[in-house]
Design a binder for this molecule. Structure first.
Ligand code: GLY
Length: 362
């Protein structure tokens, strides 16, 4: 069987790897692996939604399935994963394979970073969001009662395998949430990609093979370039990937993580808030924000704060306090990613509290 796929190489000096993007890749999983890993003992980690895929590619290898949902990114489930790996005599020559969305990728990636002081992990993302964002770049971790992703490690995968066919079984709402992260790349750094999305966005959501393949490829390319330039998020470049996320994390925190608000939905509205903040600072025009809002609305994505239906008692001040507690807040000032126009994002701590309050109340 011939399999057509695109390879993007992530040229990190100490941990280079390939991202494969194509169709029917799961059926050829073993043949796709880098030669150095093909003979490793493999441990598959998945969730209740992706177990069928994991078992399809695992063959005789052991599979550990966690409950689907954000609650699995916890210290206790992390311990269960580690215990399972150790009970099965994992060693430093083993390979962990994460088959799932962002939760599985982050959890299994962190287990791989920690067990035996680090074993290789291959990411097999099964959601659009995981394909274009969380599976690439090596951020792994779990949530703590104090907040999301507060414990973790940078642990680059040895390969990322995006089989676009699995998107066919993804609920529409999840596809749209993943689309928000694709849009993020266009807004933060590629206005021509935004023009393309305006024309082809619906085809991406309809899973037109050429359109979805291009959108995933372009997003992974942009993420790859940012990660190679700033692997550990020290120069401000990787922080651009947090466009809309300071707002989004606050929205998610007040809604809880019970599935009522998906991360991508919060990010879509968060990006509009970041643009509105940019307009308040005379950095970009209101017409450009309107263009993005129209785009989101045409595709049936939430664009405005009111669309999120936050609890009525949540005040703008409450959201601001949560933002201050966000781990990206440096010594009291909150860092925001603002925009000088579509495709021109930058990091700044120079934002007045009143402007944020205005954006959250309008
Ligand atoms: N998801 C943001 C990053 O990988 O840096």
């Amino acid at each position: 069987m011939t399999t057509h796929y695109t390879t993007l190489h992530v040229a990190l000096p100490h941990s280079p790897y390939d991202i494969l993007i194509g169709e029917s890749l799961l059926d050829r999983f073993a043949a796709m692996l880098p030669p150095s890993l093909s003979k490793s003992r493999k441990f598959f980690i998945c969730d209740s939604n992706t177990e069928l895929y994991a078992r399809r590619i695992a063959g005789e290898s052991p599979v550990f399935s966690v409950s689907a949902g954000e609650q699995s990114k916890s210290f206790s489930v992390f311990q269960d994963v580690l215990s399972w790996l150790l009970d099965h005599q994992v060693d430093r020559h083993s390979l962990i394979v994460a088959v799932g969305g962002g939760v599985v990728g982050d959890l299994a990636g962190f287990a791989a970073a920690s067990v035996m002081r680090g074993v290789p992990v291959v990411q097999v993302p099964t959601s659009l969001l995981a394909m274009v964002d969380s599976s690439v770049g090596g951020k792994t971790g779990i949530n703590m009662p104090q907040g999301k992703n507060l414990v973790g490690a940078f642990h680059q995968p040895s390969m990322v395998i995006c089989d676009l066919e699995v998107l066919k079984t993804l609920p529409e709402r999840e596809l749209k949430a993943g689309y928000a992260e694709i849009l993020k790349y266009a807004l933060l750094g590629d206005s021509a990609f935004f023009d393309w999305l305006e024309t082809h966005g619906q085809e991406v959501l309809d899973l037109n093979p050429e359109a979805v393949s291009y959108a995933v490829k372009r997003s992974c390319e942009m993420k790859r370039d940012i990660v190679v330039a700033d692997e550990k998020e020290t120069s401000g470049r990787r922080a651009l990937l947090n466009l809309g996320h300071t707002f989004a994390h606050a929205f998610e925190a007040v809604m809880g993580y019970d599935g009522r608000l998906l991360h991508g939905e919060a990010v879509a509205v968060g990006m509009v808030c970041a643009m509105e903040l940019s307009v308040r600072k005379n950095l970009m025009s209101a017409q450009q924000v309107e263009r993005v809002v129209q785009h989101l609305s045409r595709l049936g994505l939430k664009a405005h704060l009111k669309d999120l239906r936050l609890p009525a008692d949540v005040q703008a001040e409450t959201l601001l306090e949560i933002m201050r507690g966000d781990k990206k807040a440096a010594e009291g000032s909150i860092n925001f990613i603002l925009m000088r126009g579509i495709g021109q994002a930058f990091l700044t701590g120079d934002v007045a509290k009143d402007d944020v309050i205005q954006v959250l109340t309008q």
